[in-house]
Write a protein that binds this ligand. Structure first.
Ligand code: WTA
Length: 632
């Protein structure tokens, strides 16, 4: 397809077109897809509702645009290369034809088990090809998938099942990750004890861990597909039919279900994948994310497969069995585009250069970063030692809500500038505003990052609660989508993302609401009150620091701290476990009873030289006590 930008002037040209005539721009891009019925109108929108429709009244099936559209040209091309956790186990290579047949077979199985268009299906699975097949089969029949990262606890899983009233759960017996063999089905069993909407559970065998199979509810994957046809007539869906729900954390309350719809998401993930990574037809592309996050959705599964790419899916972790594992895989499959998170880079950087010995990394053409701001030191290490100084580094800024990459260099086209996400993709209109919402035009400005015009893969709502969507994203600055991030435009007009300006923290590239962690801590019977903040962490980007007021009767501090950490692990999952817990006699509060987090953040960051004005506090004496007991 001729949608690939080739030069910097070509980029500026396309960008201008996308701003001045967005409907013509996107209809030209969308025309290369396979539609059952064309759209009546490219875009209707209103950020007040919000009410956003792309490719209105068009009919299509996304999976036909992965399979049927490409089958004549590359049915035998490898779609997915799956690399197991254990390097001694055999890899799997699945061609487009095989993936098509497996998807059709599983689509038939889902329908036979009663899943219908619009039903919600939870996918709680490890990084195995069946997770991608499950997503594609849902898209094929018009069911709405909601993938839940398989590291979340049964509590977190139950919340998500309940929120979207899922009819089915797709899972596995267990999960091999590093040296661990993690239970998966047992977590589902526990989650289902407190929910009653799920009718059936389909279990894929991976680890051979013994599991309880509940009669009438639980079925084996290999049994449900037995005898099912390997062809399937795709459901004809509306452009705005729901494709998936993905839960993500915000600054308040429980995680919300971000809703993405079919056509716009399809068009944008394909377009952004092709342009940012400059994918060429024989390239091997590898994104190290997990399918449980948006990066896995858009840039392991949908974007690459829509582009007919070969996408690597890795089951394991970067440091198992040794910290050379990533580089071994790059050489093994001659990976051309490699896309990972700054936290992984920093973790590997800490091992020095020895783990790189013996690996050439010659195949690499493009390296990418996503999930959190990449610090300059990590940027240079990645660029010099992995990209060998010759690969463009794409620092891609985007969010679960944006569906696809929004601000990023285009590989080899946009000049690289360390730690700068740089320029918006065509169709994306970012602006920087001050706290009153006034646009800060020109260069050398810093403020809050908003988007002022719709793009095809933007969220449409938060599942079951449209008001929450409006309040969270469209009310802070009326008429704008507010990202929650701070940003700076430098003297060259390049954007640098500064991180979250709300109560969301980013731990190893995982998004976490401080309120969510506090709620989990407060479940411990001895906890009276807690406040959670982020602080700079060398490897994780941010660490979790919890200040907790406890009833200490009959308890030791160390014992309680361990129990509190364990409570969070059980309620949310290991990724939310606080790095530091400090038992405090009180929390600094304003006269209106609000916790002054600014002070807590400074103490957690060991930056106490200037705590600012504490005179408005109700209990200023508590600040000294907190500083005295601080964990640094
Ligand atoms: C942060 C992940 C700086 C940002 C795709 C955003 C980044 C949040 C970058 C979304 C980047 C993501 N530079 N910050 N290149 N990419 N972020 O929803 O704070 O898991 O708001 O989506 O990650 O996280 P989410």
């Amino acid at each position: 397809m001729s949608q690939k930008i080739q030069t910097l002037s070509g980029y500026f040209h396309e960008y201008q077109k996308s701003i001045h005539q967005p409907e013509q721009f996107w209809s030209r891009i969308a025309n290369s897809f396979h539609w059952k019925k064309p759209w009546d109108k490219v875009l209707s929108w209103d950020f007040k509702g919000p009410d956003i429709k792309w490719f209105e009244n068009a009919k299509l099936n996304l999976t036909e645009n992965i399979f049927e559209r490409h089958l004549f040209t590359h049915s035998e091309k490898t779609a997915i290369i799956w690399e197991p956790n254990d390097p001694n186990e055999a890899e799997r290579k699945i061609s487009y034809r095989e993936l098509f047949e497996l998807t059709c077979q599983f689509s038939n199985a889902l329908e036979a088990e009663g899943v219908q268009k619009g039903d919600r299906v939870i996918i709680y699975m490890p990084m195995i090809p069946e997770a991608a097949i499950a997503m594609l089969a849902c898209a094929r029949i018009g069911a709405v998938h909601s993938v839940v990262f398989a590291g979340f606890s049964s509590n977190a899983l139950a919340d998500r099942i309940e929120d979207c009233k899922a009819k089915m759960v797709l899972t596995s017996d267990g999960n091999f990750r590093g040296a661990k063999d993690i239970e998966v089905k047992a977590v589902v069993d526990q989650a289902l004890e407190s929910t009653n909407c799920v009718e059936k559970v389909i279990v894929c065998k991976r680890t051979e861990t013994p599991v309880d199979m509940k009669a009438g509810r639980d079925l084996w994957w290999h049994e449900v597909i037995e005898g099912k046809a390997t062809s399937h007539t795709a459901a004809i869906l509306d452009a705005e039919d729901l494709l998936f729900i993905l839960y993500t954390s915000g600054s308040t309350g429980k995680p919300k279900g971000v809703v993405h719809t079919t056509a716009g998401y399809m068009v944008y993930t394909h377009y952004s994948f092709t342009n940012v990574f400059q994918y060429e037809q024989n390239d091997v592309y590898w994104c190290t994310a997990d399918v449980g996050w948006i990066t896995g959705h858009s840039y392991i599964v949908y974007g690459p497969l829509l582009a007919g790419a070969t996408t690597v899916m890795f089951e394991g972790v970067p440091t198992y069995p040794n910290p050379g594992r990533f580089w071994e895989i790059v050489d093994k499959y001659k990976v051309n585009q490699f896309y990972t998170a700054p936290t992984a880079i920093r973790a590997l950087q800490a091992y020095g250069l020895e783990p790189l010995e013996g690996y050439s990394l010659d195949s690499l053409k493009v390296i990418g970063s996503v999930g959190e701001p990449i610090n300059e030191e990590a940027w240079h290490w990645y660029h010099d030692h992995i990209g060998k100084g010759k690969c463009p580094l794409v620092d891609t800024w985007w969010q679960t809500e944006t569906g696809g990459i929004m601000i990023s260099p285009l590989a080899g086209i946009t000049p690289n500038k360390p730690a700068h996400a740089s320029l918006p993709l065509p169709g994306v209109q970012p602006i920087i505003v001050d706290t009153d919402g006034n646009e800060l035009k020109g260069n050398n400005v810093e403020g809050n990052l908003c988007i002022k015009y719709p793009w095809p893969s933007m969220l449409r709502t938060t599942y079951g609660d449209h008001k929450r969507c409006k309040e969270t994203y469209f009310s802070t600055y009326p008429g704008l989508y507010f990202t929650g991030d701070g940003a700076k435009r430098d003297h060259d007009g390049y954007l640098r993302i500064l991180g979250r300006v709300d109560d969301v923290i980013n731990v190893s590239g995982h998004r976490m609401g401080t309120a969510e962690v506090e709620n989990a801590i407060n479940e411990h019977p001895k906890v009276i009150e807690s406040a959670v903040v982020g602080y700079p962490h060398d490897i994780k980007g941010q660490g979790i620091y919890a200040y907790v007021i406890c009833d200490m009767e009959g308890r030791t501090e160390e014992g309680l701290i361990e129990e509190i950490k364990d409570t969070v692990r059980k309620i949310i999952g290991p990724i939310a476990k606080p790095d530091e817990v400090q038992i405090v006699p009180g929390l600094p509060k304003t006269r209106s009873g609000k916790i002054m987090r600014r002070i807590l953040r400074k103490v957690a960051s060991n930056d106490i030289s200037n705590l600012g004005d504490t005179s408005t506090l109700l209990n200023p004496e508590v600040v000294d006590q907190i500083i005295e007991g601080a964990k640094h």
